[in-house]
Design a protein around this ligand. Structure first.
Ligand SMILES: Nc1ncnc2c1ncn2[C@@H]1O[C@H](COP(=O)(O)OP(=O)(O)O)[C@@H](O)[C@H]1O
Ligand SMILES: [Mg+2]
Length: 307
């Protein structure tokens, strides 16, 4: 039974980042969406369901450590990690995982606007549970036909869809379940990741295939993030492309930095999330406060000059 009541009105908006393919960029995108939402003043919780890798958990731990070490003010989510139950009976494991998931959701649902859930790259009960309660499903997809194969088989000549793959079937089933529980649809957005900034000769064929798939499977396709060092180099400090301009020494800035920020903003726009206006006001106040702290006091009126 998959019945967690997270999506009744007034509950946080749930964003699951999922794909059965490891290395597609789930954790990177989950962290960037999380930081972008916190920077826009939203009250955020994150849940790591990838109990083997725990990469999102490590990312957030690194961020906390970096903030403490450098005395910088970095946004941090309420973070929870849920481990897979390792007992011998499947039904007992599922009951234990369901209870842990339910408890995590109950702990955060009243005081947060959004929950971002990072998932493991394999089919599991917890992964299905997350997919069945999400409002927005974000599936990163590397720009490769091999990755497209995780969603469906495509005819090489006509780009038509010839068969639906396991993950797409799983999503279809979980969406149906979600709709039957509270009638709300899950918005599924497939986000291209590690796109070559210079394009490639087969890009048009790839995009055609993706568009065909979008119609067949009912997702929206987004050109998400290009391949950029800024998305991978900041993990040890727990920073994202959205942070560095705030505080890092000028030498640390990647040339593609501001482009990366625009990419993340464009991704947020595509996701059409229900951003809370109070949150936006909180973000504006925070930005003003930070600007006041980072800029020296304007002493033009009182400092005497020789002139
Ligand atoms: N847009 C990107 N540009 C450069 N490197 C990326 C990008 N997206 C992800 N990566 C890198 O790809 C690898 C896999 O990403 P990750 O987020 O861990 O994927 P997943 O969580 O799906 O396994 C990591 O080394 C990450 O730093
Ligand atoms: Mg991951």
């Amino acid at each position: 039974m998959l019945n967690v009541a997270v999506n009744s009105r007034g509950s946080p908006h749930v964003i699951v980042v999922g794909n059965e393919k490891g290395g597609s960029g789930k954790t990177t995108i989950a962290m960037h969406i999380a930081v972008a939402l916190m920077k826009s003043g939203q009250r955020l919780a994150t849940i790591d369901l990838d109990s083997r890798q725990r990469t999102l958990t490590h990312y957030i731990e690194n961020r906390r450590a970096w903030a403490r070490r450098c005395h910088v003010d970095l946004e941090l989510p309420t973070h929870l990690a849920i481990a897979r139950a390792e007992g011998s009976a499947v039904s007992e494991n599922e009951a234990a995982e369901f209870a842990d998931f339910d408890q995590a959701v109950s702990a955060i649902e009243r005081h947060h606007d959004f929950v971002v859930i990072d998932t493991p790259p394999h089919d599991s009960y917890l992964m299905r549970l997350a997919h069945s309660v999400t409002d927005t499903l974000v599936t990163p997809l590397n720009d490769s036909f091999l990755d497209l194969d995780v969603l469906a088989k495509i005819d090489p000549m006509t780009s038509t869809v010839t068969g639906v793959s396991h993950y797409a079937e799983l999503v279809r089933e979980m969406r149906r379940h979600r709709r039957s529980v509270d009638g709300d649809p899950t918005d599924w957005v497939v986000v291209r990741n590690r796109v070559s900034p210079f394009g490639s000769p087969i890009e048009a064929v790839f995009c055609n295939g993706l568009q065909e798939l979008a119609l067949a499977l009912g997702f929206r396709a987004a050109t998400g993030l290009c391949e950029r060092p800024v998305y991978r180099d900041l993990f040890p400090r727990g920073l994202t492309a959205l942070d560095v301009c705030d505080r890092a020494p000028a030498g640390d800035l990647d040339p593609s930095h501001s482009v990366a920020r625009r990419e993340i903003q464009a991704l947020l726009d595509v996701l059409k999330l229900p951003l809370d206006d109070r949150g936006r006001r909180r973000a504006a106040a925070r930005a003003e406060w930070l600007a006041a702290r980072t800029h020296p006091l304007d002493t033009g009126d009182v400092v005497l000059t020789d002139a």
